[in-house]
Design a protein around this ligand. Structure first.
Ligand SMILES: NC(=O)c1ccc[n+]([C@@H]2O[C@H](COP(=O)([O-])OP(=O)(O)OC[C@H]3O[C@@H](n4cnc5c(N)ncnc54)[C@H](O)[C@@H]3O)[C@@H](O)[C@H]2O)c1
Length: 391
């Protein structure tokens, strides 16, 4: 690579070198949004332990290939390794990256066990390195607008939150034909065995923690509602495909967070305030509509709704940067934004906004929701009535 390739023409500052570890389905989504941040980032190369996948991905995008994990770790140009391996591989791979003296941007979760996640953050701190876990949608304009509306109390004090990440019956939605641009199949078996809560809760939790502070209490139930998901059902499949948690936040607000791959698609985040409801329609969309449903006309509400044929609402403006490119295939997200945010922090020698303790907290709360049997004891009622006969 020539020196000029690594030089940012706008600021003359050197770009931050990154490498992708893992070239599966999500790697395409990162690659497709890379150009949004080409002023800051330089992709040194990619590697996947599956040679066929590596060849397809690197060939499709014409990228430099590494010949092994060690080669990434030995490459002095690489400052951040973007860990896009499967969730169960995150702990071991991120540990190796940190031991090699490089920063980690990891796809979610940081690790599948809280002890492992803590070890990674401790290791990073000891080494003077940074570690961040996706998602980064909280950096998007819609999340920022909603946060501003909450902070400025545009509809008064927030009292209660309903947040849903229901995905519908994924196993019946034809995922067999979901292919990334470079031809990676959506990894159904891995997704089912990791669990939809670990896969998705972070999209809501990052927004909520950014708005209301740390979670101080978690009460959760998770359950495997549908054990037979067809031919991609994992062997000894026990992972919950539904969870419902009640969360108390530092700011005193309480939220109900639901995750499932059972109930029909619903990704709304609704915040009920003294003077009405704030709503983000689709938290997977960086530019989702953020709406306000004021209660100000309470006395006339019914009449107004009858006249309009719907609820009275106001759209809060969400700034759209027309040049931003989003990932294809129904993923209106800028996946590389989190990596870019980390790179900018490194360049300014400051901590990354979503790094360390923040990512650890999101991982901890996510695991507590998905695995209440491990992280908290549910109350088991002592009374047990016989079925009642109603006829
Ligand atoms: N699939 C999605 O829609 C999606 C969306 C957002 C985030 N994610 C997250 O992205 C991550 C990856 O998911 P995916 O869908 O790309 O999975 P995938 O199975 O399609 O790809 C993972 C790739 O990592 C490689 N890999 C695994 N262990 C490795 C190791 N030790 N060294 C090198 N390569 C290794 C595998 O060979 C595979 O090609 C997960 O953390 C997931 O939660 C997935």
């Amino acid at each position: 690579m020539s020196g000029s390739e690594r030089c940012n023409p706008k600021s003359t500052q050197a770009k931050i070198g990154i490498a992708f570890l893992g070239c599966g389905y999500v790697a395409d989504l990162y690659q497709q949004t890379f150009d949004n941040h080409a002023d800051t980032l330089f992709l040194c190369g990619v590697w996947d332990q599956d040679p066929e996948r590596l060849e397809k991905f690197a060939g499709f995008y014409n990228l430099e290939r590494y010949h092994g994990f060690e080669e990434i770790l030995d490459d002095p140009q690489v400052e951040i390794v973007v860990n896009l391996t499967n969730p169960h591989a995150h702990f071991e791979t991120s540990k190796r990256i940190l031991h090699a003296g490089k920063h980690v941007y990891s796809e979610k979760p940081l690790a599948m066990e809280i002890g492992q996640a803590r070890e990674l953050v401790r290791l990073a701190n000891e080494q003077g390195l940074q570690i961040v876990s996706a998602p980064s949608s909280v950096l998007g304009p819609a999340a920022l607008r909603l946060r501003q509306a909450v902070r400025d109390k545009e509809l008064g004090t927030p009292r209660l939150v309903y947040a849903e990440i229901d995905e519908g019956m994924i196993h019946r939605l034809g995922y067999e034909s979901w292919l990334s641009k470079s031809g990676a199949l959506w990894p159904a078996r891995d997704e089912f065995s990791t669990g939809c809560t670990v896969e998705h809760a972070g999209y809501m939790l990052t927004w909520l923690v950014a708005m209301f502070g740390a979670v101080t209490e978690v009460v959760s139930m998770s359950h495997l509602c549908l054990p037979d998901k067809g031919e991609d059902t994992p062997e000894t499949y026990k992972t919950a495909d539904f969870s419902c948690a009640l969360l108390r936040f530092e700011a005193g607000v309480v939220a109900r967070l639901t995750n499932s791959i059972i109930a029909p698609h619903d990704h709304r985040l609704r915040i009920f305030c003294d003077e009405g409801e704030l709503c983000a329609q689709e938290v997977w969309d960086f530019h989702t509509a953020v709406e306000a449903y004021p209660l100000a006309l309470r006395k006339f509400q019914k009449r107004v709704e009858k006249y309009l044929g719907r609820r009275w609402k106001r759209r809060l403006s969400v700034t759209k940067k027309k040049t931003t490119v989003f990932a294809s295939g129904g993923h209106p997200m800028d996946f590389m934004r989190g990596v870019n945010n980390m790179a900018l922090a490194l360049r300014d020698a400051r901590s990354t906004r979503l790094g360390g303790e923040f990512s650890l907290h999101i991982t901890e709360v996510t695991l507590a929701i998905q695995f209440p049997e491990t992280y908290g004891t549910p109350y088991v009622p002592q009374s047990s009535p016989s079925p009642i006969d109603l006829v």
